[in-house]
Design a protein around this ligand. Sequence first.
Ligand code: GAL
Length: 676
Amino acid sequence: MSVMWPQTLAFGGDYNPEQWPDDVWTEDIALMREAGVTMVTLGVFAWSLLEPEPGRYEFDWLDRVVENLDAAGISVDLATATATPPPWLVTAHPEVKPVTAEGVRLEFGSRQGYCPSSPIFRDHATRLTRTMAKRYGAHPAVRLWHISNEYGDHIAECFCDVSQSHFQRWLAERYGTVESLNDAWGTLHWGQIYDAFDQVPAPRRMPGPGNPGHALDWRRFCSDALLELMLAEKTVLRDVAPHIPVTTNFMSMFYALDYWRWATELDVVTDDAYPDPADPAAHIDAARNYDLMRSLGGGKPWLLLEQAPSAVSWRPVNLPKPPGVMRLWSYQAIARGSDGAMFFQWRAPRFGSELHHSTMLPAAGPDTRVFREIRSLGGEVAGLGAVAGSRVRADVAILLDWDNWWALDAAESMPSDRMRWRAALDPFYRAVFRAGITADFARPGDDLGSYRLVIAPNSYLLRQSDAAALEGYVSGGGRLVVGPFSGVVDEHCRAHPGGAPGPLADLLGVRVEEVWPLLDGDTTPVTLAENGAASAATWSEWLRVGGADVVARYTGGTLAGMPAVTRRAHGAGAAWYVSFLPQDAGPLLAPIFDESRSTVRPFDGVEAVLRTGEDAAYLFLLNHNRVPATVDVDRQGTDLITGRTVEGAVDLPPFGVAVVQQNGPGAHATNQGEIA
Ligand code: GAL
């Protein structure tokens, strides 16, 4: 069953009225209306207040809050309130508290302090969820169920005995017999042959490196254990109030959970995004995260559920967002498919560990820079309803597979611990962004036929079936770029025969004889065709070419003169192998963008993304520069923010934004070819 998310742009934030007396609630509602708030997230950490004793509930305050909001026309993203177990629960059942890999049981006093596998926690959580669903499921203000909060944020794994038994059951289901587990993990190595599943430990602290198959299955299990818990609550919600869509808030590109699997269980993907104002590349990483959120939902609109109005309070140094940046970054999320912009949180708290986090309504009140910016953005977003439901269409895909990420990052004893998924992804994503190309994320086994170009920054773990799908994509006319250290192991972390790139060797026409990691700070020059230059950092490889054309060579270091990048024509398409991590992948990808007919619009600080709806397209222009910019636009339209007609060019102030509505033919264009 799929429940549709209503097609309006949401604006609002986390609201914790339980921390304030009622007279403040009245002021809250008045200021929310002033700020254009349309939805708030309620009750995320309210369990101990809602159920002060087992089975005794106090809903009166929440009833009144929901009523007041409804009367003001503000809808509710209602939490199931299970993100922090109440003290009475962990006192009565201390075994609910999670245990670290070192065997330390973590004490109560923060949040999320529960073991994902605990049946006791699950029973209590689903009981509260059922009670909440029965009480509020029919209330017209409740538009979204918010299950728990940021699964895996603090506790992504637990090593207690209950978790260990759960892991053993999970393994038994996956492998059937312990012999097939031994075979999959290769437990002959270092004498680890198991006789029974109940001998397999949770990978607590060990004397030395563990088995890679064990480490990978543990990561899969931990994601599944939390997913099971989320599904237990979702099942209750579907049972009691199936008309309300469900979500749980994601944490952007988050290591511990396989969001591809999670997203299929949600009616709407929601994200909490906290780009760092101190990071000059923050907007690029944010774009990457938003592209992922859109892709997780199969291209449907998603929702930015949390962002900071200004500074956060959990980095060593927390810079505020300069004037205009909160607005700019909110529009960036909307441009990349979010149907709204929400915040953490509404009002500045009086106590607690998030005292110094920025809020929509600062402690200094509404006569503040932050509140003025919030109010003004709320007013603008209210006028952008037409954008809701429109889609971002991308012609380039980047492959992301959590199994691969885990296999690469969780394994010990690797050639270089610098070769990590993010290290491989970043140069490729950044080059795509800087070429002005909007990309989707996809899995290697997906149907990739609609993309002109597919980039696999790293596929260390590659299944035979995925390699076959990639071969099919290329022979059908696709362009595929494969990054270094790919096709090394199968889904159990066993080496592919013949070495890397394993099942891609024929398609790519290369063999890796030896990997050649680089020390920190070392680089190796690479010469590209037509005198282009690139530079390898962190990683390079000694290649043997058989059947591919060499399109770039190492020109320094021990590998000088050897092939660095190859291209092989295959069927109607072509496949490239890049044997190193480029410091800047731009020059390397430029001819490939060309060959794949991807329209490049070099990024000069102005980001341009197109959303397309039924009858119109919406061109988002986002000036990330601290100086004004002028952008040429090749089709006439109306800037929905200013109401002005746009013809030929748009002038954008520093951090300025335009949302140009373009009607008529061409409104269904993809992100290729709309901008002059
Ligand atoms: C999120 C969390 C919120 C709040 C916020 C602060 O991770 O969901 O409850 O803690 O961070 O940035």
